[in-house]
Design a binder for this molecule. Structure first.
Ligand code: HEC
Length: 95
C-alpha cells in the first residue's frame, strides 16, 4: 500500500512537470484557445488583406486584443501566443 502511494506521488510529480516542458507553442495555443476566440475565429489571421504584416505588428495586435479579452498576460505569455500564431498562420521570418 505504501509503495502504491509513493508511486502515485511520483507519477503526480511527473505529470506536474510535463506542462513546464511542453513547447512554448503549446502554451501559446492553449492561451489562445481559452481566451481569444470569443470575438473572432482563426479566419481573421488568414483572410485576404489581413492587417498584420510582420512580427512587430502581430505583437502589437495581440496586445491590443488582449485588453478586451481581459487576458492580462505576462510578456512571456504574449510571446508564446505570438509564436503560436506565427507558426500556425502568419509564417513571418523570425530573427
Ligand atoms: C473583444 C473582441 C476581441 C477579442 C476578445 C479578441 N479579438 Fe482579436 N480582433 C478583434 C477585432 C475587432 C479585430 C479586427 C478585425 C478587423 O479589423 O476587421 C481583431 C483582429 C485580430 C488580429 C489581426 C488579424 C489580421 O488582420 O491579421 C489578431 C492577430 C488578433 N485579433 C488576435 C487576437 C488574440 C491573440 C486574442 C486573444 C488575446 C484576440 N484577438 C481576442 C477583436 C477581438
Amino acid at each position: 500500500m505504501r509503495r502504491l502511494i509513493l508511486l502515485s506521488a511520483l507519477l503526480g510529480i511527473a505529470t506536474g512537470v510535463s506542462p513546464a516542458i511542453a513547447s512554448e507553442t503549446n502554451v501559446g495555443e492553449n492561451l489562445h484557445q481559452q481566451q481569444c476566440l470569443s470575438c473572432h475565429d482563426q479566419t481573421v489571421y488568414t483572410r485576404p488583406r489581413h492587417h498584420v504584416t510582420n512580427l512587430n505588428t502581430l505583437t502589437q495586435q495581440v496586445k491590443r486584443c488582449e485588453v478586451p479579452a481581459t487576458a492580462k498576460w505576462t510578456n512571456e505569455e504574449v510571446t508564446s501566443v505570438v509564436n503560436y500564431l506565427n507558426s500556425q498562420f502568419y509564417h513571418f521570418p523570425t530573427p
